[in-house]
Design a protein around this ligand. Sequence first.
Ligand code: PHE
Length: 357
Amino acid sequence: MSNLNSINKNIELEKKSVKDSETLEKMRLKFLGKKGEITLLMKDLGKMDPEERKAKAEELNKIKDSVNNFINSKSDEFEDELMSNQLASEKQDLTLDSKISDGRIHPITQVIDEVIAIFTDLDFCVAEGPEVETDYNNFTALNTSENHPARQMHDTFYVNSETDGMLNVLRTHTSPVQIRSMLEGKPPFRLIAPGKTYRCDNDQTHTPMFHQVEGLVIDKTSNMGHLKGCLETFLKEFFETDTPKMRFRPSHFPFTEPSAEVDIGYRKDGNQIIIGEGDSWLEILGCGMVHPNVLKNVNIDPDEYQGYAFGVGIERLAMLKYGISDLRTFYDNDLRWLKHFGFIPLDIPSISGGLSR
Ligand code: PHE
């Protein structure tokens, strides 16, 4: 019995050293592991005569049960402790001020949504294209000659990569979406393509990244009169006025003929901008009849099909409609500015929010 006494002593001593699940596991191995003290004594039972074995086995089983009980209850205790520590450390402080200010819709996103809403009412659909574009789609297919100034490094961001052996650029306008859409589908077309555009320009009236909405209508009969009517309807809707003041100035774009730029007339009254009055003008878009060479480049017969295109500057629209006087503030990421000029979101997904950016 002497070794049973000593094992009981050992157990009592060991119990005192148990502080956590690690020391508890050590204790389990010490007594109940493969070479544990109790396990070894159990093995010795086989060598004893039946009477002694019976007595010792009973004794040993009691010790084993008591060690097991101790281990189980300690293990529960440690688990509870772990859980309550975790709960305490992950506790949410519900007394924190919950008036964290809501986000705002940036005026650019808002204007893109408004433009989409107006043109989709006029039966246009929405197309998209990538911001890294081939030099071919951005220039060549749009009838822009090899030595056109727009192709120069100081006007265009060239990207250090090629697609199918063609140089890539950050698109300088949304017009390459015309090319992509016409190559993908069959006429007639009636689409708009909003998105980001890039030019090597940075001053008071230019930012290196800005936004445009392209418009394209191709069918058998659309003409310059339709273009004018379409833009007028758009401006009336957008500026919510029956009398937008607009002027068409003859211009030149390689991909339209004839071409025009459109200015919108306004007057400033203090901080307020009044559209349709006064003699200040802001250029907001370029447009024209799609050049026959562009149609040929996308395998459309210019003797059968014709149409118009336009490219509108989104920032310009936003500045006029919402009285924002400095273009560069759009991209300063000043939260006070966004709070002032931004829009409180409705609880419905925005249209342009669904477009890839
Ligand atoms: N892509 C031209 C620009 O960025 C605008 C435009 C679009 C002009 C379509 C004519 C037709 O200035």
